[in-house]
Design a protein around this ligand. Structure first.
Ligand code: CAA
Ligand code: NAD
Length: 286
């Protein structure tokens, strides 16, 4: 089986742009598929800014940044993904939207050995795999935000993922991207979000009930437990719409009150207060 050199990324939001960036930095040919030219432009700008930050922080040279940019192409036509050997889906955390993407990928990706991966935070991989006629090639590759900085990828196999698909995906993530993996079975939320999301929702409930302010909750966890950021600042980084979507898919699977999104979270999302990406969430951003 040939080495993975041609990668597709579907969705260039917070995560898709980070995944595309690390793939381009690993010398791969990267084609990013977004909904339209404007969303592609925003994704490209996000990658440019991150590469620039990487140069400022001494993580790559100006020449390496230019080389990475030259390896990135953008399209809004999914047919262009036909020759990809690995496609990572990173569209919004909605089962219906992701299933539509998987149906399209199944039709357009020509290589029968191509790996079709999802960066979903919580949706069981089996649901996405069954939207294709090649469930054995479908796997979860769950990156963490910010992708260029955090070393982890959770590898999620469904009951039908072939062992060969898993081995090839794991070799790609560790040897080519230089990331570390943990393995998870196919349960909504996987390993990390099963622990993280109830914690974030508890923090939101503390603010909702007037127990403590957002700043005091965050300072408590940063100064008292040495977390790099507090839970409300982290929820703002992830995106409150995404936190809600993850909580809902975990609640749908387990029916546990600890996964139920608190009303304050729902109201903030309805109000468009999505966190850092909209300028305001539990905190405000310039
Ligand atoms: N490219 C490469 N490296 C970069 C970079 C870039 N674009 N931007 C920053 N870095 C490097 C910096 O050089 C620095 O490295 P050194 O320590 O070696 O110098 C490091 O990354 C930290 O960068 P900063 O100093 O700019 O930022 P910071 O110290 O304020 O940290 C943060 C920012 C990395 C976001 C940190 O606050 C953090 O890790 N927060 C927690 C994030 C987290 O928990 N993410 C998981 C979210 S949950 C998820 O992702 C799963 C899900 O399904 C929702
Ligand atoms: P986001 O809202 O920032 O980006 C989603 C992007 O998908 C948007 O740019 C949108 O235009 C695009 N999109 C929607 N439908 C599309 C389609 N049919 N074809 C092409 N592009 C399409 O979301 P995000 O935070 O990047 O999350 C993406 C995925 O990654 C979700 O499954 C999320 O759960 C997961 N994830 C998010 C985080 C996080 O911290 N935000 C961390 C890990 C995993």
């Amino acid at each position: 089986m040939s080495e993975i050199e041609r990668v597709g990324v579907v969705g260039a939001g917070l995560m898709g742009s980070g995944i595309a960036e690390v793939c381009a930095r690993a010398d791969l040919d990267v084609l990013v598929c977004e909904q339209d030219a404007e969303t592609a432009r925003v994704g490209r700008e996000r990658i440019r800014a991150s590469l620039e930050r990487g140069v400022r922080r001494g993580k790559l040279t100006a020449r390496e940044r230019e080389a990475a940019e030259s390896r990135l192409r953008f399209t809004s036509d999914a047919d262009d993904l036909a020759d990809r050997q690995l496609v990572v889906e990173a569209v919004v955390e909605r089962e219906d939207v992701k299933m539509g993407v998987f149906e399209v990928l199944d039709k357009v990706v020509e290589d029968p050995d191509a790996i079709i991966a999802s960066n979903t935070s919580s949706i069981p991989i089996m649901k996405l795999a069954m939207a294709t006629g090649r469930a054995g090639n479908v796997i979860g590759l769950h990156f963490f935000n910010p992708v260029p900085v955090l070393p982890l990828v959770e590898v999620v196999t469904s009951l039908l993922t072939r062992t060969g698909t898993r081995d090839r995906a794991e070799a790609f993530v560790t040897r080519v991207l230089g990331k570390q993996i943990i393995r998870s079975t196919d349960r909504a939320g996987f390993v990390v979000n099963s622990l993280l999301v109830p914690y974030l929702l508890s923090a939101i409930r503390m603010v909702e009930s007037g127990f403590a302010s957002a700043s005091d909750v965050d300072d408590g966890m940063v100064l008292g437990c040495a977390h790099p950021m507090g839970p409300l600042r982290l929820a703002d980084l992830i995106g409150l719409d995404t936190v809600q979507a993850i909580a809902e898919s975990m609640y749908a699977e387990f029916k546990e009150p600890l996964h139920s999104p608190p009303p304050l979270l729902l109201r903030m999302v309805e109000a468009g207060l999505l966190g850092e990406k909209s300028g305001r969430g539990f905190h405000t951003y310039p």
